[in-house]
Design a protein around this ligand. Structure first.
Ligand code: VG1
Ligand code: CO
Length: 558
């Protein structure tokens, strides 16, 4: 078990994006590529704590997870890490991994996933470093990781270290005079125990027994977690949990819970036999909530509804409701709840790493993103199954259907109609040009106060526009260029961003929002696409999207 120092040279582009480094599997398989990134993660993430430190390792089971897990063990050992806690077969959902870091007070962890991106030998892989609070490394650390990868000359490894991660249990290994303990743990046990503390399982069980519910793991990591919670603990029949086998290629599909990629679930729900459904992404941090006849809850509304009803969950009865936060493109529906209840609501850039400081400081304990991410300060990642359990708690408490809950919510708060248009895989050049063009509009003093109209004559007056910049209220760190915001009068917004999770080319995201409070509740039933059409037309036209990308239609609408 001797430590070897291997000479290497930098690879381009190892800059962690919105949520870790994500690239095609083949990129990670290049000699030294993964090694360089892991070495940089160890140094930047652990700093002078590296020798004698403890780490969690786990992934969503996608192709290359096991190899990467073994590599991390070998390199952590060589770098002086003294304890590694790893899920059996390298499996831990992203929320479970965050929980393990916190529960066992580890110094950090590596999460092996490309989340909702397709997997398999031709799909994507990803590595993300999380810090001791269980959350994704903040920008200070990810920038440092990138810096190190740009000038790396060597990494350390114990090439002959063999650890069996297929069997649970502890093993110790002598490495250069020090001892490394590797603990292979049950992938689901700790997480399920924690959910039992947070929620009233008896109440949820009664509710789900009396209804017809469906849960879809999309062949991602949540399968065994769902089976444990809903089949074993709640006694539901096996057919209520779909696609629970963790497949290295997710069955060849996009493990992304939205109306496009989870359309099979939508079709089943449309038949009207079920009252509630939820789907989760590859690594288990995203969720989609559907009601009877596939009534769709936008993630923005989901956050707002949970914010308004947290008190029915034991965890929030115990700790109180502290405050809320949302990512900037997420609709202002949750702000409305905050206003009404006198709570603080923070607006942060896209990506869960920006919520961590607020949660650590006790300023918020519920947050979410429009991208199907919802979570609380029980961990420091978003949490798909937590969101489903939270929704079931609300439904059980209110004894109302999903649609009724939403109607009631809109009648009180008004409705923030919201939609996101994604243009995937456009050229990086076109993406950059589009953003440049919009930046020019910001510089132009004429744009402020200007009125934008669509061909039908519907018009919006610009109140404010900028490129979103965030100063973290806790540590004062500044994050610039986080997306272009057009803020119109009466709560309408258009936001433009380039994705930071793609593995090639560029993805342009356009987020559109319009607010309406009406005397007539029927009005709230209007389709968001119809309601937002004029704004969408304005958004596409103003950005010159068609001219720059040649795209007529978005790849995905959510
Ligand atoms: C996307 C979402 C963002 C989310 C991120 C990670 O990022 O928009 O809200 O936090 O994915 O989610 P981007 O930069 O592509 O817009 V996950 O489930 O991949 O960890
Ligand atoms: Co995810």
């Amino acid at each position: 078990n001797s430590v070897e120092t291997i000479t290497t040279s930098p690879f381009e582009g190892q800059k962690p994006g919105t949520s870790g480094l994500r690239k095609p599997v083949g990129t990670f398989q290049q000699p030294h590529y993964s090694e360089n990134f892991i070495q940089a993660g160890l140094i930047a993430g652990l700093g002078d704590k590296l020798i004698g430190s403890s780490l969690a390792v786990g992934g969503d089971g996608r192709f290359f997870c096991k190899e990467a897990a073994q590599l991390i063990i070998k390199m952590a050992a060589a770098n002086g890490v003294s304890k590694i806690v790893i899920g059996q077969n390298g499996i831990l959902s992203t929320p479970a991994c965050s929980h393990i870091i916190r529960k066992y007070k580890l110094d950090g962890g590596f999460i092996l996933t490309a989340s909702h991106n397709p997997g398999g030998p031709k799909g994507d892989f990803g590595i993300k470093y999380n810090i001791s609070n269980g959350g994704p490394a903040p920008e200070g650390i990810t920038n440092k990781i990138y810096e190190i990868t740009q000038k790396i000359t060597e990494y350390k490894i114990v090439p002959n270290l063999k650890v069996d991660i297929t069997q649970m249990g502890k093993s110790t290994h002598k490495i250069a005079g020090a001892t490394l303990t590797v603990e292979v743990i049950d992938s689901v046990y700790d997480y399920v125990e924690y959910m039992k503390e947070i929620f009233d399982f008896t109440k949820i069980k009664e509710y789900v027994e009396s209804k017809n519910i469906l849960l879809n793991a999309m062949n991602g990591v949540t399968g065994p977690y769902l089976q444990n919670i809903f089949l074993k603990e709640m006694g539901l029949p096996a057919q209520s949990c779909l696609n629970c086998e963790v497949l290295p290629d997710f069955g060849g599909k996009h493990p992304d819970p939205n109306l496009t990629y989870a359309s099979d679930l939508v079709e089943i729900m449309k038949q009207g036999k079920h009252d509630f459904a939820a789907a989760f992404d590859g690594d288990g941090d995203r969720n989609m909530i559907l009601g009877h006849k596939a009534f769709f809850v936008t993630p923005c509304d989901s956050l707002a509804v949970l914010a308004a009803n947290l008190k029915c969950i034991p965890y929030f009865q115990k700790y109180g409701v502290k405050g809320f936060a949302r990512s900037m493109p997420t609709s202002e529906a949750v702000d409305k709840v905050a206003e009404k209840s006198g709570m603080e609501c923070f607006e942060v850039p896209t990506g869960w790493k920006f919520f961590g400081n607020l949660m650590d400081a006790g300023k918020i304990n519920l947050c979410g993103e429009e991208s199907f991410g919802t979570g609380s300060d029980h961990i420091r990642e978003k949490d798909g199954i937590w969101a489903a359990l939270a929704w079931l708690s609300v439904l059980a408490h209110k004894a109302k259907s999903v649609e009724e809950v939403l109607m009631e919510h809109w009648e009180i708060h008004g409705r923030n109609f919201f939609s996101r248009y994604d243009y995937e895989n456009v050229s990086a050049e076109a993406g950059a040009k589009l953003m440049e063009g919009l930046d020019k509009l910001i510089q132009d003093p004429k744009t402020r106060g200007m009125t934008f109209s669509d061909p039908t004559g519907k018009s919006y007056r610009m109140n404010h526009l900028d490129n979103f910049e965030y100063t973290d209220p806790i540590d004062g760190s500044v994050s610039k260029n986080q997306g272009i915001r057009f803020l119109f009068e009466e709560g309408a917004r258009i936001i433009y961003r380039l994705s930071g999770t793609g593995s090639s080319g560029a993805t342009i995201r356009i987020y559109v929002e319009g607010y309406e409070k009406s005397e007539n509740p029927q009005f709230y039933k209007e389709d968001a696409q119809d309601f937002l059409k004029p704004l969408i037309t304005i958004a596409v036209r103003t950005s010159k999207l068609k001219e720059l990308t040649g795209r007529d239609q978005p790849t995905v609408i959510t």
